[in-house]
Design a protein around this ligand. Structure first.
Ligand code: CO
Length: 139
């Protein structure tokens, strides 16, 4: 598999706006995107850091995943996302090496990117996201 870069870090926040104000105020990082993902019940603010992004994740009412993380671990790094050239090829290689991705097939995530994950229990405590730039459905 070809890993292109660390595309983003996902940070769990109680308030994405307050966290964004910190990252832009303290480090001078520009806010490049704000979106609400109703189906995932998440508010997402993106802050640019050179060729990578900090993805600030704030749970909305009824959200389960980030909410649970905030309750058990508090605010902080939730996942690391590697951009790959070919997400299906990456999943195939991972399976061949005995590492089972969360989903059989990639799903369309934030920004229309194709995503899949490795669970923290299989990756030394780190939730690993793999993504591929948006485009036609990977084959
Ligand atoms: Co992410």
């Amino acid at each position: 598999m070809k890993i292109l870069r660390i595309e983003h870090l996902g940070l769990a926040c109680r308030s994405a706006d307050q966290a964004a104000a910190f990252w832009s105020g303290a480090l001078g990082l520009p806010v490049v995107d704000r979106e609400t993902l109703p189906e995932m019940k998440l508010k997402v603010v993106k802050v640019q850091a050179g060729g990578s992004v900090l993805e600030l994740l704030e749970p909305m009412e009824g959200e389960q995943v980030i909410s649970k993380f905030l309750t058990s671990r508090g605010e902080g790094v939730h996942h690391v996302c590697f951009e790959v050239e070919d997400i299906r090829e990456a999943a195939r290689e991972l399976r061949a090496r005995g590492h089972v991705p969360l989903w059989e097939e990639p799903k369309a995530g934030a920004g229309g990117k194709w995503v899949n994950f490795l669970r923290p229990k299989d990756a030394f405590g780190v939730l690993v996201e793999l993504n591929q730039a948006p485009g036609p459905a990977p084959v």
